[in-house]
Design a protein around this ligand. Sequence first.
Ligand code: EPS
Length: 391
Amino acid sequence: MSTILRYLTSGESHGKGIFVILEGIPSGLRIQEEYINKQLKRRQVGYGRGERMRIEKDRVEILSGVRFGKTLGSPISLFIPNLDFKNWEKLMMAKEPEEEHSFPLFTKPRPGHADLVGGIKYNFLDLRNVLERASARETVARVAAGAVCRRLLEEFGISIFSRVIQIGEEKDNTDWQKALKNYERIEASSLRCGNEKIEERMKELIDKAKEKGDTLGGVFEVVVLGVPPGLGSYIQWDLKLDARLAFAVMSIQAIVGVEIGMGFKCAFCFGSEVQDEIGYTEGKGFYRFTNRCGGIEGGMTTGEPVIIRAAMKPISTLARPLRSVDILSKKEVKAAKERSDVCAVPAASVIAEAVVGIEIARAMREKFGGDSLEEMKRNYNSYMEYIREKW
Ligand code: EPS
C-alpha cells in the first residue's frame, strides 16, 4: 500500500492517553482542535455505551504539524488524554513497582477478546498487558486522524455519512438516499438510526441484553459522496480501493464482516441483476443507471457514491461472564468482568467514517499528489477538466 499518507496510533486504554501521528497531509489545510473534537464527541455517543463514556470528555491536543491554524505539510501529532488515568496511575505506571506483584493479575481471559491469544503471543501472565492495547479505546486515535482527513476531503467536495441499519435482529431497511434526507435525525439519534419506531425496538433489544448481562452487535452503513472517478487502481492487489476500504473497516475492534455495494446479496443474483449498466448524455458524460457496485468497479471509484456496510459482533465483555480457564491455575472459571459497553454499534459507525475517510484521503493524495493544498487542488481541477472535455 502506498505510504503517501499514513498514520500510527499508540497508547493504552488506562495509560496517560492516546497518541496518533498522521503523515501526508499537504500544507495549507485549515484545521482546528475544535473541528477534531466534534468528531471525538460523535464517537462517544450511543445508547448502550458503558461507564467509561461518562468519565471521558475526549478532546485533542495538536502537538505538531500545524501553525496558526494551518497544516505545515509535516507530520501531525495528536494527543487525547485519558481522564481515567488518575484512577489507574499505580496499575499503569511505566516505572518498575517497588514490590513485585503488588497488584492483582488479570488471569481470566474473556472469550472473544484478545486476552488469551495475546498472552500466549507476547508471553504475559498478566493479561491486562494485552487488553490495555487491544481495547476499543484505541479508536479515539482513528477518529482524530480521520477528522483531519475529513477536513482535507471537504476541500474537494467529498463528504462522509454513516448510520446504524441493524441492532441484533432489528433491521432498518430504508435505503440510504431516503435515510440521508433526514440526516439531522440520524445525527440526533442515540443509536444513529433514521427511523424512530425501529430505534425504539432496537433500544428494547439493548435493554433486554443488559438485563441478561449480555451484549449486542449489529450492522452500520457508511456512504461517501463526491468522489471523483479513478481513485484506487486495478493494476496491483494492494492498490484496489475496495480491498483497502475493507481492510480499514475490518481493522476496527469487533468488526467481523465488511461488504461494498450489494455485497453478499450479489451471491444470490444473476449478473444482469448486479452489474451497473452504463449511459451517456452530452454535458453529463458517462453515468450509471444503478449503483449496485457501491461506487467501486475494478478496485477504482466510478464517481458514484461509495457504499460500505459492516457487521459488528457483540462486545466481548459480558456482565454475566462466559466460561473460561484461569491461565495460572488452569481451573475452569468465569471470564473476568471488565467495565464495558452493552452495544457500541453507533460508535463503530462513526469510527468507520473516520477510517474510510483516511483511505479515501490516501487515494486522493496518491492520485493528485502535491506538497501544498493549492498544488493538490490544481492537479485535481486539471483532471476533472480533462474528464469533462474528453469523456
Ligand atoms: C472504550 C473504552 C473502554 C471500554 C470500551 C470502549 O474503556 P474501559 O475499558 O475503561 O471501560 O469502555 O472498550 C470495550 C468495550 C472493549 O472491549 O475494548 C472507548 O473509549 O470507546
